[in-house]
Design a protein around this ligand. Structure first.
Ligand code: TXA
Ligand code: MG
Length: 319
């Protein structure tokens, strides 16, 4: 058991990480649960703190393109374009790993998932460390990802020594995961970097989101990112539905659902901005999960920009 501290002290976080502990860190997407990616004992702590199965590999975080080169065999041209255009940023690339990355980090896969998070505190921390950080989202396996240091504290207090506090995360949903095969790019997880932006740089990409188990991205389980209460997605564009219970909570884009108490409804972006909606999604899910509503209705978002990542998370939360 630890007496978990929340603070903004990079040197404290550094000290714990150098000592082989797991520490909460902010990124622009969601908070991570980080440990020395090159130290198997430290990485094992991540799995045990999160209750995460070992078949679900971890993303490696570093601070520069030169650092990425230390851990991967090669960077295909398409990957290089993405790295140059969007890193640091909310995107992760799958590249053939070098032997210095332990198999535990990649769950035995040949590729390592690697990214440069766009958060000033964490970038500075990474520059000061002599090793990269393996970090999944800092939530118990299967639950909603944390977007503030308090979310991390709520769920992991006592299990880790330190949470580096970098405020609320800017993007709010996890990074977009992209892999490469024979010059083609495949998106394995929709996330904080919109497909439209990726396609401006590398042309059409294939989207390969496996619903149940995905050998390319084993963590993309059908049920994930889930609140404890039942969550249903409704599409008011295509159907009108009768709403029965008084104890229904709603997550919607910019318009309240008629017939449901507005105090139980959360609009993710009253002005209709999908980036703002993504930023607010997980906090809204947590709020309704902790409130006295019995179930949660989520109104389907427009399938464009970050709306696609939002719909993906809602779908997994509803499974
Ligand atoms: O935004 C993010 O990506 C956050 C922040 C903390 O960086 N991290 C995150 O990690 O969402 P996690 O572990 O919750 O999700 C990582 C996903 C999992 O679905 C995992 O299966 C997949 O990435 N993944 C990791 N390594 C992989 C690999 N070598 N090959 C394929 N998929 C991989
Ligand atoms: Mg996660």
């Amino acid at each position: 058991m630890f007496n978990t501290i929340i603070g903004k002290d990079i040197s404290a976080a550094k000290k714990f990480l150098e000592g082989g502990e797991a520490v909460g860190i902010p990124t622009e997407t969601v908070y991570g649960l980080a440990a020395n990616a090159l130290n198997e004992d430290a990485v094992l702590k991540i799995f045990s703190v999160k209750n995460r199965p070992h078949f679900d590999p971890l993303i490696v975080h570093t601070h520069s393109k030169d650092e990425i080169k230390k851990y991967v065999e090669e960077i295909p041209e398409t990957a290089e374009k993405l790295i140059n255009a969007f890193m640091p940023g909310p995107v992760t690339v799958l590249l053939k790993k070098k032997n210095n990355i332990p198999d535990l980090v990649t769950s035995g896969l040949d590729n390592v998932a690697i990214r440069i998070p766009n958060h000033a505190l964490t970038l500075e921390l990474l520059r000061q460390l002599s090793f990269p950080l393996a970090a999944p989202s800092a939530n118990p396996f299967g639950y909603i990802s944390p977007t503030t240091s308090y979310h991390v504290f709520d769920q992991l207090q006592g299990r880790i020594p330190y949470i580096l506090d970098g405020g609320s995360t800017e993007v709010g949903v996890e990074s977009t995961i992209v892999g490469f095969e024979d010059g083609e790019a495949f998106v394995y997880r929709l996330g904080g970097l919109a497909i439209e932006d990726i396609e401006k740089v590398i042309g059409k990409v294939k989207i390969n989101l496996n619903e149940s188990s995905n050998p390319k991205s084993p963590g993309m389980l059908k049920s994930h990112y889930a609140p404890k209460k039942s969550l249903k997605i409704v599409d008011f564009e295509n159907s009108r539905m009768e709403i029965q219970s008084e104890k229904i909570g709603v997550i919607a884009f910019n318009k309240y659902v008629e017939g449901i108490d507005e105090k139980n409804q959360i609009l993710l972006s009253p002005l209709g901005n999908l980036n703002e909606a993504a930023k607010n999604l997980f906090t809204a899910m947590r709020k309704l999960d902790a409130s006295d509503v019995h179930e949660i209705l989520a109104v389907k978002f427009p399938d464009e920009g970050l709306g696609r990542a939002i719909n993906d998370r809602l779908k997994r939360a509803s499974s």
